[in-house]
Write a protein that binds this ligand. Sequence first.
Ligand SMILES: [Zn+2]
Length: 480
Amino acid sequence: MVKKNFYITTPIYYVNAKPHIGHAYTTIAADVLARFHKVQGEDVFFLTGTDEHGLNIQKKAEEAKKEPQIFADENTAEFKKYWEKLGIKYDNFIRTTDEKHKAAVQKALQALYDKGAIYKGEYEGYYCVACEQFKNERDLVDGRCPDHDIVVEKVKEECYLLKMSGDVQKKLIEKIKNDEFRIAPEKYKNEALSFLESQDLRDVSISRKNVSWGVELPFDKEHTTYVWADAFLNYLTGLGWHGDPKDIPSKWPADVHLIGKDILRVHATIWPIMLMHLGIEFPKLLFVHGYLLSGGRKMSKTIGNVVSIDEMLEKFGVDGTRYLLMSAGTFGEDVDMTMERMVEKYNADLANGLGNLLSRIIKMSEKLNHELKDYIGEKYEERTSTKEFYKINLEDINLCGTLVQIWEVLVRDDDKFIEENKPWELAKSDKDKFEKVMEKLILDLNLISELVIPFMPETSEKIKKALETKKAGILFPRIK
Ligand SMILES: [Zn+2]
């Protein structure tokens, strides 16, 4: 049987700084989905990487008195280091400074140019160096970028532009409406549509004249590619694409582009329109998540509410960190987290929850005559409703909801079940009932170990080991 493909991507991250918790949030989510689809027997390809060109990087490198490539190398190494620490297993890590990527970008841009989708013109507008983007005048706050609070520059320069309006815009609206190019959750689909329907798109600049740190345009060496045009193509070059629109990798189209809501607009406009001009299929789904807030506000060093990856790893371990991030709130919405609340949740759900449940069950099982694995067999298959719910929800990218359900119907219910049945008394008074009670608990534990594989791979292994050896160490040490 031919395996079903599942191709998932994260955005490629900008290497102007080291990774922060927001990067970890997106990347762990993608890793969870990749692992889930792998368990389903699909042929999974998980792509992440780094976006390394542009004026912003060039300037940061100058400030650090480093060559841009060295600067990019160093920060890219940080991303890789953290992904390893967080147990993230990607299939490819694409860098936009890879020679193969650059060659493919040039080939694709040449194809767009030959088709007349790119033309030489002039662009005048307000430019934010931090966004690397021209801003609409109406979005500015007192002449400042609303996202970066820095003064934007009025820039007029010769550049190459990509055609965005007219037919391509109409077709794009159609495809978003009929879900051929699906955007989820629904509110982001509506947001993209209302933006697209309210105005004729302006053609976008795809080149810069005075930025040396970028991919040279093949048809005009005085220009380098504007970061977005270079970056988007990673979704194809990451599969080994060489830039020929007629020769597309078999794993394309992507099943899921996972992105944060700050980059929804460009992903719902520039990227699909580039693909349309190239005659390449759209990705199937653009799934958008919200911001990670801390105490109701954006994390910022000035406010002092930044939660770092290191801090989380140190306190909660790898699986604790993965669990807390994925269960912090509905995936898609803004999610609010504070260290205080995470410590509470860690103790409640993991130390006193799952960890305690495991050690109690293993301890009580000493009084059983059989090996624990003798209890696990066909009966395990009976737990279909939980498994169905789980499958439907993860296919739907309901990450938090899935964890909530597992904890509700397995961890907490089993705790109650133990309190009600008092197996330690049954062991003395009613051996048959004791066996039955323990059987349910052991089957549930086994099921938990299966269901948490994508979220907490190490924990899953530890539970399985405990069931094999009748020995359980401490899964999650309590935090005082
Ligand atoms: Zn900005």
